[in-house]
Design a protein around this ligand. Structure first.
Ligand code: GLN
Length: 311
């Protein structure tokens, strides 16, 4: 007989996993053809504390593409490249209350609304410095490597699948070019955006990345600095207010921690100075957020008292 694990958190994660594994609501993303092949049964939860302890359950080794979760980290890199004041002149920080791919721009301030929706993320990515596309991609991959602690790769089939079908994102980029919100070659900016979305991660990577943000920018496993400490509060603020698109207000109210979701079914959530949470389950609700991921985070927040204003 196997020994009983003494860790109450491990027991709790196992309970959560078996409780929500049976939830079959939602559907996998289909608008990027390659993503429609996702296995809806996959499900994993991982917690990494800021002192480097790791708890994980389910299919935590399964690789998938990071998708919109990449927007958080690209925003950090843009802040490091240009500083907050300049980045704020190019991308706002106002929640849209709208879908991730809504074609809405703040024409008054001449900016996309925030870096967590597609328009804002494409504009953010267009700010990444480098002498050409290869250097910009390498800088992006190096940045992900610092957060994750190992070499990372772009899933070429997902990248090319999105590149050849991403007409909506391309339309947004053209609109932003028209309004003078993007000034670089938009095809290059879109390529880099599609590549960052196609970076492959697993659920443990998500939790390590979240814990790195929670640990003021230092990866708690490798101890390497991934991002300048001075930008952590800017990154976490925009995750808190905009990370779940048209579910952001309800998330902030009920669950109360900075978060970001991705269309592959990943969610990262950050408990500052405590831990990072990663959940992966490809079944999505109508807003493009993982159904099981939201439920697991809600339960974790309630049971562990994680809501930032729960004092
Ligand atoms: N690459 C996807 C897109 O631009 C990312 C969307 C998401 O994860 N919500 O549509």
């Amino acid at each position: 007989m196997s020994q009983i694990d003494p860790s109450p958190l491990k027991v709790f994660l196992n309970e959560l996993h078996s409780q929500y594994k049976s939830v079959r609501e939602g559907a996998v993303a289909k608008y990027i053809p390659e993503l429609a092949k996702a296995n809806p049964d996959l499900f994993s939860i991982c917690i990494v504390t800021v002192d480097g302890q790791v708890w994980k359950v389910g299919d935590w080794e399964q690789l998938f593409t990071i998708q919109s979760i990449s927007k958080v980290f690209a925003y950090g890199l843009a802040l490091e490249d240009h500083g907050l004041d300049y980045v704020l002149t190019r991308v706002g920080v106002e929640p849209t209350g709208d879908a991730f791919n809504a074609i809405i721009l703040d024409e008054q301030s001449k900016r996309p609304y925030n870096p967590m929706v597609n328009a804002g993320a494409i504009a953010t990515t267009s700010l990444i410095k480098g002498s050409g596309p290869t250097e910009r991609l390498n800088r992006m991959l190096d940045m992900f490597q610092r957060y994750i602690g190992r070499d990372v790769f772009v899933d070429i089939s997902v990248f090319t699948s999105e590149r050849s079908t991403g007409h909506r994102n391309r339309a947004m980029a053209h609109l932003m070019l028209n309004f003078g919100m993007i000034d670089r070659n938009i095809e290059e900016a879109l390529d880099l955006y599609f590549q960052q979305c196609a970076v492959m991660v697993n659920c443990q990577d998500l939790a390590v990345m979240a814990a790195t943000l929670g640990n003021r920018g230092i990866n708690p496993i490798t101890k390497e600095r991934a991002v300048d400490k001075r930008y952590i509060k800017d990154i976490l603020s925009v995750m808190y207010t905009c990370g779940m698109y048209n579910f952001a207000g309800e998330w902030a109210y009920k669950i109360g921690i900075p978060v970001k979701s991705g269309i592959c079914g990943g969610i990262i959530a950050v408990v500052p100075n405590k831990m990072g949470i990663g959940v992966f389950s490809p079944l999505l609700d109508v807003r493009g957020n993982s159904v099981r991921g939201v439920k697991v985070c809600e339960e974790l927040s309630q049971r562990l008292g994680l809501h930032l204003f729960d004092c």
